[in-house]
Each structure stands twice: as structure tokens, then as C-alpha cells.
Design a protein around this ligand. Structure first.
Ligand code: ATP
Length: 350
């Protein structure tokens, strides 16, 4: 079901949140951001556990802004599993179903099969592993045939390997059922892996919304650029001068003159505010003879990591650190002087 969060705001003591979002039906949408940015608060507004001070929440055509959470047709999965400890798996799943008797049982067995737990129906929650409990919680959330599924850091209590397995299962189930799901996480890798759309949040506001690929390749501000993956950001001092075919600007690593215009994704910040030349470590190469078109520099190697099929290097520059993720060729030692370069078409201005 399509979810619209229209000009919603809430103030909780010192914390203020504002959100305006239009989230299409059938997608898995992640609320992503650092601790305290307001992910859970926004999820609670959607769930009806908080009412916003202003704005409207629509689920499909229904205005649910002030509707009691019990009547919202929403399924929830929390981080701490929250199963009824005295009930069997089967009873946990059937609880809250509108179907009764054999019809409810049939549906519960189908859900158990979907979460790969056929045969577990008679067990109690304390006879299940954490991952199994969370899959029961997912089956129970889906049992009431909700219009929206909310998942609040559902994997945070599980170990890294299990998280990867379970996030894939959650994604497969969401795609199979075509339910709209809102998934809260602070783990950007998890968000990138499973989401149709990411809502990136920063200190109570939406920093950027888009497909994972878009957030990665075209961040619209320095927060998005810095939060998603690893990035290089060189501060632009003063104005960007447009030339016939390109542009030039001052930075701490020197004047940069580019033969082609560089896309600027940060529309909000076009007047005033800090601007950066932005590029990814994997687009940055070791090159002792950079061509004229490229942006380049030389600095001391501060840190290196071997990653199997790549090496990660940190090179000192006048503007901090330049990060490179490149083929594991050449043997470098910290303290060596490294020349790097990046092509203008791999850069953005944010
Ligand atoms: P985390 O990833 O750590 O769970 P989050 O992004 O989900 O963080 P929220 O739980 O939404 O963040 O909290 C956002 C801010 O709102 C925090 O500073 C928190 O202390 C504050 N906050 C949340 N609920 C209340 C409340 N009921 N009263 C006062 N402040 C609150």
C-alpha cells in the first residue's frame, strides 16, 4: 500500500523531526541514518505510537494520522523478537489473525513454510535460536495480512553471518508478498543490499531519498556523500568559475581547472554553504604520470590495507586524506610518496 507522509513534524523535548515522503506501494524502503537521527521516531509516527504535531499520514487513501495503532492494518517486527513466551510458535502466529480454526492453522502453516520453519509449530520461543525467533516474529507480523510491514532494526540482536542470511530471506518474503515494508537500520551496507529505496536521515530531517545506486553514485550533499560508503571530499574555497567548456575553482590542494563541466547534485546549496569536489576511492588511481584532464596530487602513504582483490590506501593531502581503492599491484610501505589521480567524469560537486 502506498504511504504518504505529508509535511509531518514532531518535537520531543530537544529533538525536532520533519518529514515529507511519498513511498510507493510494494517497495522495501529503508530508514537509514546514524543513531539519534529520528528513524524510530518516524517509524512510531507511521505505527501510531506517536501522533505528529503537524502534518498527515496516509496509508493508501486512508488518513491514519490519528488512528489508533490497532486499526492501522500494520504488522510490526521489533529488534527484541517480542514473542509470547508461554505460547507455541503456532499460537504466536495465529494470535491476531482474523481467520479462525482450521483456516487459521492452514494460513499459519503456509507462513511457517515461507519463513523456512515448517515443523517448528509446537516449539515454544525459548526452544528457538534468535534467528528462528525473528522469523516467527515475521510470520506473526504477516499473519494479520497487513497493508504495511514495519521492521525496527530486526536483525540487530543477531550475529553478522545470520544477519546476512536473514536479511536476504526478509527481502525474498517481501518481494513474494509484495507488501510495502519500512525497514529501520543504521547499517548502510544492509540498507544498500535489500532496499528498493533508502530514506537517509540526518538530525531529524531527510537528507536524501532514492534508490541505493543513486545515493551511492549521486549523493546530494556532504552528509549523504560521507555516510554512504567511503568518499573523498575536497573542500571548494570560494566561487566556482564557469568557463566555456568547463570550470575552475580553488581548493587546499591547489587550483583545479577542468575541461568538462562537472555535475552538481547539491541543488539546495547552490548559493553559499560549503561545497566539495567529491569522488569515490575506487575511481581514484595510482598514477605517476596523470594526463592533463585529470585531477591529481602526490602525498605520503599514511595507511594501507590488503583486501584480497583490492588494496585500500590513505594518502596525505593538503586537504586531509585521499582514499584509494585499487588493484593490489605494486608494493607500498607507509611513508612512501604516492601519486594519485581521478578523471573529471568520475567527480561530482556536492
Ligand atoms: P537509534 O539508531 O539509536 O535507535 P534513532 O535514529 O532511531 O536512533 P530515535 O529513537 O528516533 O533515533 O530518537 C531521536 C531523538 O529523539 C533522540 O535524541 C531521542 O533521545 C529523542 N527521543 C525519542 N523519543 C523521545 C521521547 N519520547 N521523549 C523525548 N525525546 C525522545
Amino acid at each position: 500500500m502506498h504511504l504518504k507522509i505529508h509535511n509531518v513534524s514532531i518535537t520531543l523535548d530537544d529533538f525536532h523531526l520533519e518529514a515529507d515522503l511519498d513511498l510507493p506501494s510494494g517497495e522495501l524502503i529503508t530508514l537509514l541514518g546514524p543513531s539519534g537521527c529520528g528513524k524510530t521516531t518516524l517509524l512510531r509516527i507511521i505505527a501510531g505510537l506517536y501522533y505528529p504535531d503537524e502534518g498527515t499520514v496516509y496509508l493508501g487513501e486512508r488518513d491514519i494520522t490519528r488512528l489508533d495503532s490497532r486499526f492501522r492494518k500494520i504488522g510490526m517486527v521489533f529488534q527484541d523478537f517480542a514473542l509470547f513466551p508461554h505460547m507455541t510458535v503456532l499460537k504466536n502466529i495465529c494470535y491476531g489473525m482474523s481467520e479462525k480454526g482450521d483456516e487459521a492453522k492452514k494460513k499459519a502453516f503456509e507462513l511457517l513454510e515461507m519463513v523456512h520453519l515448517s515443523g517448528f509449530e509446537k516449539r515454544k520461543p525459548d526452544e528457538l535460536s534468535g534467528g528462528e525467533q525473528q522469523r516467527v516474529a515475521l510470520a506473526r507480523a504477516l499473519a494479520s495480512s497487513p497493508e504495511l510491514l514495519l521492521l525496527d532494526e530486526p536483525l540487530s540482536a543477531l550475529d553478522a553471518k545470520l544477519r546476512r542470511t536473514l536479511r536476504r530471506q526478509i527481502r525474498e518474503i517481501q518481494q513474494k508478498t509484495k507488501i510495502t515494508a519500512i525497514y529501520v537500520t543504521h547499517d548502510q551496507e544492509e540498507a544498500m543490499a535489500i532496499s528498493d529505496r533508502i530514506v537517509l536521515m540526518d538530525r531529524g530531517s531527510i537528507s536524501q531519498t532514492g534508490k541505493p545506486e543513486t545515493l551511492y553514485s549521486r549523493p546530494e550533499n556532504s552528509f549523504a556523500g560521507g555516510f554512504i560508503g567511503t568518499a573523498n571530499m575536497i573542500r571548494i574555497k570560494g566561487q566556482i568559475f564557469s568557463r566555456e567548456m568547463g570550470c575552475s575553482f580553488e581548493t587546499k590542494i591547489g587550483t583545479i581547472t577542468l575541461p568538462a563541466p562537472i555535475p552538481c547534485t547539491n541543488k539546495k546549496n547552490s548559493k553559499g554553504g560549503k561545497r566539495y569536489l567529491y569522488f569515490r576511492p575506487e575511481d581514484c588511481m595510482i598514477s605517476s604520470h596523470p594526463d592533463k584532464r585529470s585531477i591529481s596530487g602526490t602525498g605520503e602513504l599514511l595507511y594501507k590495507e590488503f583486501g584480497g582483490d583490492f588494496q585500500y590506501l590513505e594518502v596525505k593531502s593538503e586537504d586531509g586524506i585521499i582514499r584509494l581503492k585499487c588493484k593490489p599491484e605494486g608494493e607500498f610501505h607507509t611513508g612512501d610518496m604516492i601519486s594519485w589521480s581521478v578523471q573529471p567524469e568520475n567527480c561530482l560537486i556536492i
